[in-house]
Design a binder for this molecule. Structure first.
Ligand code: ATP
Length: 553
């Protein structure tokens, strides 16, 4: 990239693509003040935003004073050994505010309280709790090990997402957290990053020969555990950080062997972990971080007792709880697991992500198969790879076979009755693009990062609106646009009210049969509402009409 004129402060060179008039503009102090880079524009070597300036000492593209400071500190730190954890200190700012001051990078400018709260508003972050640490604007701003920052960059994580900006510093201050944020917003890395930093710090300082686990992550499905462990391995590569996957269906002796040989993190489903702990003596003395991913599901009857049993075998760990759907009961229960919990909410939790267009079609049960075949035969409507959600295991197998027969598409199914080997293999075939459709029960509904999926079809609507939100969320990651086609009919009346509310909030059209159903009463009342309804309710249940309706959108 060409260089231009010196900026007045003398510490930057303005990129030649900038107009001379820009020299009069103040230099951007903080990274978040800078805009995103457009295609072809220089990018900041630290955060990836628009590289408006050139660092006078390294000739690198840089976006702000903040990133320049980080860049220079990184270069200086290259000769130093391990990076120490960030410490919270009071800084004598004009208005007595607190800031996270990173002892490794003391020159990074800090923000006053008022600017922190406007930053949170801008990022859609709400926090509740005492002395909540400030959000960070880049991964290197809170003393993560250099190798971890490098791994993040290699994984394509240039900037933290809003949930990561707030959760990482809060977690590194050892506070327990209850976090709700949109599906696909990066919650997994927000707990894995502090765990990896903590584990590698403990191991590099430790003088004892303890090799027992330091952290446990619980998740409700085997597939989700597999995915979380996989991500942990990628982010913790090259650090003293090993993982063990403890899920049903895989041989227990191998899981025990791995733990005995020394690991830092256990990722597992509650049932199998209890099984393992009962049959084998695992030293949990040093487990100081306990994560409940999809916490609302883990605290439901069925999982709750097992999750609590595991929790009770730990000695006052930091507890971190995450989900895209959280309600007051979970909040109450979380307070019994930990004291002084910080609540963090990002984006629009408890609603389907705005990035997914919801297309609800009224289809009678006996016509559902025909309808899905029509969609899948249509180049216009079918956007593979696609996930089809059904309510039963038998239904998953039957529908996948029927789709293959009717459309010629190769389809796999995944559900709880299949062996772990089959589940792994079918998921692998789908994720590698070998097959373009997977028919699944709820096992793929929560947490699964099905990266390329942009279309989900809810052949059977799930039992609760929370599961609906999670299943719809599979069609979008990190704000990418996706579509959820949802089949609904009178048999789904238990969910009508909440569904209509969700569709109304999203501004999605509501089938007339759904809007006019007596089970929707109370959501639409009075003549004024009826008038509004007629403009958004679409017509009959005729199959072709509904397909045309999809194409209109
Ligand atoms: N900082 C980042 N930069 C780029 N990509 C990221 C970043 N953080 C996470 N991702 C990617 O975003 C995707 C979604 O992240 P993740 O699966 O953690 O979402 P989630 O919030 O847990 O969603 P869900 O509620 O559906 O489980 C993943 O593919 C992940 O690799």
């Amino acid at each position: 990239m060409e260089q231009g004129e010196n900026q007045s402060a003398g510490s930057f060179v303005v990129s030649s693509s900038d107009n001379n008039e820009l020299e009069d503009l103040p230099v951007k102090e903080r990274c978040f003040e800078q805009r995103e880079a457009l295609p072809g524009e220089p990018r900041c070597v630290v955060c990836g935003r628009y590289g408006e300036y050139i660092c006078d000492q390294t000739d690198d593209d840089i976006c702000s004073v903040e990133c320049k400071t980080i860049l220079l500190a990184r270069i200086a730190a290259k000769t130093k050994p391990a990076v120490k954890a960030a410490k919270r200190v009071n800084l004598p700012l004009g208005d007595e505010s607190f800031c996270i001051k990173d002892i490794n990078f003391p020159n990074i400018p800090t923000l006053a309280d008022s600017r922190i709260s406007s930053l949170r508003t801008k990022l859609d972050i709400c926090v509740k709790g005492d002395a909540v640490p400030d959000p960070i604007m880049c991964f290197s701003a809170c003393g993560l090990p250099e190798k971890l920052v490098h791994n993040l960059e290699t994984a394509g994580y240039c900037m933290p997402t809003p949930v990561q900006m707030q959760v990482i510093p809060a977690s590194m201050s050892n506070r327990s957290l209850l976090v709700s944020a949109d599906t696909g917003s990066g919650k997994t890395a927000s707990f894995l990053i502090p765990i990896i930093a903590h584990c590698s710090q403990v191991r590099s300082q430790e003088s004892t020969s303890n090799q027992g686990p330091l952290a446990i992550v619980l998740a409700p499905t085997r597939e989700l555990c597999l995915q979380v462990e996989e991500q942990a391995k990628v982010l913790g590569k090259g650090l003293p950080f090993k993982t063990a996957l403890v899920v049903g269906g895989d041989p227990l002796p191998q899981q025990i062997y791995r733990i005995e040989n020394g690991i830092e993190l256990i990722v597992g489903t509650p049932g199998r972990l209890i099984d393992l702990l009962m049959k084998h003596n695992v030293d949990l003395t040093y487990v100081s971080v306990f994560v409940l991913d999809e916490v609302d599901c883990l605290l439901e009857r069925g999982f709750r007792d097992q999750a609590m049993q595991i929790f009770q075998s730990l000695s006052q760990p930091q507890v971190m709880m995450f989900s895209a759907t959280l309600h007051s009961e979970v909040e109450k229960m979380s307070n019994s697991l930990a004291k002084n919990v910080i609540s963090i909410s990002c984006g629009n939790p408890n609603r389907p992500t705005k990035s997914v267009k919801q297309v609800v079609i009224w289809v009678e049960s006996k016509k559902k198969k025909q309808k899905i075949f029509e969609i899948m035969k249509s180049k216009q409507h079918f956007k593979p790879p696609a996930v089809v959600f059904v309510s039963s295991r038998v239904g998953a197998d039957l529908l996948s076979e029927a789709i293959t027969v009717a459309t010629g598409l190769e389809v796999v199914s995944i559900h709880g009755e299949k062996t772990m080997k089959e589940r792994r293999e079918n998921l692998r075939r789908f994720l590698t693009g070998e097959v373009s459709v997977v028919v699944s029960t709820g096992v793929l509904g929560r947490g699964m990062d099905l990266l390329k999926v942009r279309q989900v079809i809810l052949f059977d609507i799930p039992n609760s609106i929370d599961e609906y939100i999670h299943q719809v969320g599979r069609a979008s990651r990190m704000g990418e646009e996706g579509m959820a086609v949802v089949f609904v009919n009178e048999e789904d009346r238990r969910i009508f009210k909440e569904l209509v509310q969700v569709l109304k909030t999203a501004g999605a059209p509501i089938p007339r049969e759904l809007a006019n159903s007596r089970y929707t009463a109370g959501v639409y009342v009075g003549s004024e509402r009826k008038r509004k309804l007629s403009s958004s309710a679409h017509t009959n249940s005729d199959q072709i009409a509904s397909l045309d309706y999809i194409s209109d959108r």
